[in-house]
Write a protein that binds this ligand. Structure first.
Ligand code: UDX
Ligand code: UDX
Length: 426
């Protein structure tokens, strides 16, 4: 059992704190957000993440996990490891903004115990770990990189059953100490230098984003050429070198990682004079995918969105999360509003900030009420359970756009028209 502090309790930090405590370590979570810390102290999760709240309660009760908003408390805790999980948002140029991270590191430099390790879990540009090690001004405190590969919605499972664990450090002994924290987890463990570990994270996310851009481009081509997109992607994925996972077409990829990380990687690559044109094209392809859905909805509304009511099911960037950061659904919503539509949305858990021309309803049917077009933009399973007859009854004209390909085929007989992304209109 080790003493571990986790700084920054967002989607990544909180999962990491809970996961490390479940592995048997003594964990203290720190966040500057007082409201978040009090909520966590009471065993309540500030985010919607499967299994998180259930795990929290037991760990707090057994005193394996505690939370604080005071760095003095972190100092008194004398952690041997400090995991840094603060946000690294994108700046105006697309590069990662390290202001928060640098400020946290400088505060920790004053309180870290001798022989302790700062473990950087935040996604940071290649070279950041070494820069931190150089500027830390503490020869007795070490730096390691331990990127996260947690998918929102299955983050707890991804923590406990990862495809791999990567730890980078300029000092192999330091990397080994961090890897040993995960001793109980049976997964390939990769020990690298700092730069490789930092680049693995970006390379993995950019590769997955490229794969999805390709998938969405193939879906658009299938739609035009009357090919069956499911069969095309399945036939492609059965090649073991390709694989069938992560080949689901949709309205575009989003979330707190792919958009930010692809932009940051493009910026990093340019800085090193080694550009990545494939990633640049994947980003452009994703913008085109989002625009395709806006165009499809506009056409379904008769070519003009002025004074049209569009119902939107799903505003989260994908199902099983309340996260709306860089959600393709919300980008589509904003574009529809800018073209004169009034948008009425429903999401089982996500909430969007108020905006003109947008209203959030409490149920799927209330969301559909009086609408000219219904667009399914997030793949929440409950949408496929709604009665199409009731939807048709609630809408003004029962025209439906399924950008996630989740509505049962039987819907066709119950609504006046349904367009499915990736399929030629009948
Ligand atoms: C973040 C990064 O965005 C991502 O690049 C990285 O891979 C992992 O960490 P996420 O957990 O989704 O991802 O971020 P967010 O939900 O914004 O959480 C950050 C937390 O840090 C917040 O709770 C915030 O209050 C906290 N924080 C921020 C601090 O504790 N101290 C600060 O100075 C600033
Ligand atoms: C991602 C990485 O997968 C994870 O390893 C970590 O680095 C954090 O970032 P996350 O953002 O939670 O995880 O979501 P993910 O499941 O990867 O989906 C990202 C986007 O791709 C979503 O908008 C999703 O709807 C879309 N997607 C995913 C598809 O359109 N089709 C697919 O087959 C898979």
């Amino acid at each position: 059992m080790k003493q571990i502090a986790v700084v920054g309790l967002g989607y990544v930090g909180l999962t990491t704190a809970v996961g490390l405590a479940q592995l048997g370590h003594q964990v203290l979570g720190f966040d500057v957000d007082d409201a978040k810390v009090s909520k966590l102290g009471a065993g309540e999760s500030p985010i919607y993440e499967n299994g998180l709240e259930a795990a929290l309660e037991g760990l707090i009760h057994s005193k394996a996990l505690d939370f604080t908003n005071s760095l003095d408390v972190v100092e008194d805790f004398k952690p041997e490891f400090i995991f840094i999980c603060v946000s690294t948002p994108q700046d105006d140029s697309g590069a990662a903004d390290l202001t928060i991270l640098n400020s946290v590191v400088s505060q920790l430099a004053g309180i870290a115990e001798p022989n302790s390790i700062l473990v950087i879990k935040s996604t940071v540009p290649v070279g950041t770990g070494q820069t931190i090690a150089n500027t830390l001004n503490r020869t007795d405190v070490f730096v390691a990189s331990n990127p996260e590969f947690l998918r929102e919605g299955t983050a707890m499972k991804d923590f406990m059953e990862p495809d791999r664990i990567v730890v980078g450090s300029s000092n192999p002994e330091v990397a080994k100490r961090v890897l040993d924290l995960y001793e109980a987890i049976d997964a390939p463990k990769l020990q690298t230098n700092l730069e490789s570990s930092e680049l693995i994270k970006y390379a993995a996310n950019a590769y997955l984003a490229m794969r999805l851009s390709f998938t969405n481009d193939i879906a658009a081509l299938s739609e035009k050429s009357n090919a069956n997109v499911d069969q095309v992607l399945h036939g492609m994925g059965l090649d073991k070198r390709i694989g069938t996972a992560f080949l689901k077409p949709g309205p575009g990829w989003g979330g707190s990682c792919f958009p930010k990380d692809t932009n940051a990687l493009v910026a990093i690559a340019k800085e090193f004079g080694s550009p990545l044109p494939l990633v640049e094209t994947a980003i452009a392809s994703n913008n085109a995918a989002i625009a395709r859905s806006v165009n499809a909805i506009t056409e379904l509304a008769g070519g003009d969105l002025a004074n049209k009511k569009v119902a939107v099911w799903g505003i989260a960037f994908k199902a099983n999360t309340d996260d709306i950061r860089d959600s393709p659904a919300l980008k589509i919503v904003d574009s529809l509003i800018s073209k004169g539509a009034e948008v009425q949305a429903y999401d089982p858990v996500a909430v969007a900030p108020d905006r003109a021309g947008f209203v959030l309803k409490g149920t799927a049917l209330e969301g559909a009420a009086g609408a000219d077009v219904l667009a399914v933009l997030t793949e929440w399973p409950e949408f496929a359970e709604v009665s199409p007859d009731k939807v048709a009854e609630a809408m003004r004209t029962s025209v439906v756009y399924d950008a996630r390909r989740i509505l049962p085929k039987s819907w066709r007989a119950h609504v006046s028209f349904i367009k499915v992304l990736g399929e030629a209109s009948e």
